[in-house]
Design a protein around this ligand. Sequence first.
Ligand code: ZN
Length: 156
Amino acid sequence: MNPVLTLSPIVRTHAFTVHTRRSPEFLDITEEVERAVAACGVREGIALVFSCHTTAAVRINENEPLLLRDMEEFLKRLAPRELYYSHNDFAIRTHNLTPEECPNAHAHLQHLLLGASEAVPIQGGKLALGRWQRIFLVELDRPRERRVLVQVVGCA
Ligand code: ZN
């Protein structure tokens, strides 16, 4: 039998929250993810970074301030806030309405293209990110507290 298969994997889930301030906004959460990976003792494995929201995404990209501005403008062009969307039409909408509901279809559509998670390889106990790669929580709706999960699976 392959000796690797006899090792029981480590699975650890770390949750944290971030406070966003505007929209769109790219918040660099790389250090928080690195801390979660370091704390769990996994040397070789995968870290899944997951946003628990439909209007806040997780994406890997470069943390360069002017690029972040470009990416924010790009998202606004893809799904402008001011267009008509059925999801925002509270005269016809009947599903998933809450007392604090606000028009946010643009944020859902931007999220559709970005996605809720990134998976990052762990090598030698560290995230195997490339030189310019950083992990971002991307706020697409009104600023608020956002919950992020880091699930680490691997071997010590
Ligand atoms: Zn919505």
